[in-house]
Design a protein around this ligand. Structure first.
Ligand SMILES: C[S@@+](CC[C@H](N)C(=O)[O-])C[C@H]1O[C@@H](n2cnc3c(N)ncnc32)[C@H](O)[C@@H]1O
Length: 283
């Protein structure tokens, strides 16, 4: 990793000039667009490639982003050039550390894509789970994750899941599971509905690794760029406020909040928010 200056960012991040121009147009995150972006384009094309050339997840990840590709990230508030591999390793270590602080026997990731983070956690095997479940919205993501789990012989259940659907999934989720979201709640429009659906799963703790609009500072150039990036990409900007509302009503307790712990992309660094339900809700 190598530090860079804000002034040099346009050299490494192609979208800065677009963000600053009048022509930057909004990319709406409705269900149709999510199916296009992940189902057809990202996970869909990886699935086609995998069927032609079945292999392990490390290779699939490199098909998506070459390991040596350099990106402008954000580490401890410092802009850093890093390779995709460095970024992935650093990020998964942060997720692992947060889980290890208070390990649970059950783990669920909602919006797990083809399982890149979940399977890396399983590969490292520093946390011993009785059950691991990955839920994903796109059918192509589910299918690819299922192939990869079988390829690696991972003891994990992968199934369809939707934050917006009552019950989220038909897959059985043990009570008191730790739920992780990793840049997936950002695709949800109705924060109140998604969080209510999560609470109905009767989880133990919820760990969000998500961009939080309110953490991007209005009084800095980088903060303004991050806010604009979030608006243009139509990422969820209300879930932090919804968590505050639920906490105010005594429904949940926020245990931890670490703003902008890491950004593989400096324009959408992720914050860690950990919370737990206070009331017992019937499923
Ligand atoms: C940026 S990817 C992140 C994938 C994975 N969590 C990771 O960190 O590598 C966002 C994922 O969220 C999923 N997603 C979007 N809307 C969702 C919804 N309503 N319910 C569940 N997953 C959703 C997408 O299909 C996609 O796989």
């Amino acid at each position: 990793m190598k530090p860079i200056e804000l002034n040099d960012l346009p050299q490494y991040s192609g979208c800065i000039s677009e963000l600053l121009s009048d022509s930057s147009h909004k990319r709406p995150k409705n269900q149709q667009q999510i199916i296009r972006e992940f189902g057809l384009e990202k996970w869909g094309s990886l699935l086609v490639q995998w069927k032609e050339n079945p292999c392990g997840i490390d290779i699939v990840r490199q098909w998506g982003v070459p390991a040596g590709a350099v990106q402008a990230g954000l580490v401890d508030g410092q802009l850093m050039l890093m390779t995709a591999n460095e970024s992935f390793d650093y990020y998964v270590s942060l997720v692992e550390r947060a889980l290890l602080e208070d390990p649970s026997p059950h783990l669920l990731e909602i919006g797990c894509g083809y399982g890149s983070v979940l399977f890396e956690l399983m590969k490292r095997a520093n946390v011993n789970y009785e059950s691991v479940v990955g839920l994903e919205y796109t059918q192509q993501g589910v299918e690819l994750a299922q192939h990869l789990a079988a390829w690696h012989n991972y003891d994990v259940t992968i199934g369809p899941g939707d934050f917006n659907a009552a019950g989220i999934s038909n897959t059985k989720i043990p009570p008191h599971t730790d739920i992780v979201t990793s840049f997936s709640l950002s695709y949800v429009r109705d924060s109140a509905l998604a969080l209510a659906n999560i609470i109905k799963l009767n989880p133990r703790r919820i760990l969000h690794f998500e961009p939080v609009f309110q953490h991007y500072r209005e009084k800095t150039i980088l903060g303004l760029l991050q806010r604009k990036y979030m608006e243009v990409n139509d990422y969820n900007s209300t879930f932090r406020e919804e968590l505050a509302r639920l906490e105010g009503e005594g429904v949940i307790e926020i245990i931890k909040e670490e703003p902008m712990i890491f950004g593989g992309n400096c324009l959408s660094p992720l914050s860690l928010l950990v919370w737990q339900p206070v009331l017992v809700h019937a499923i």
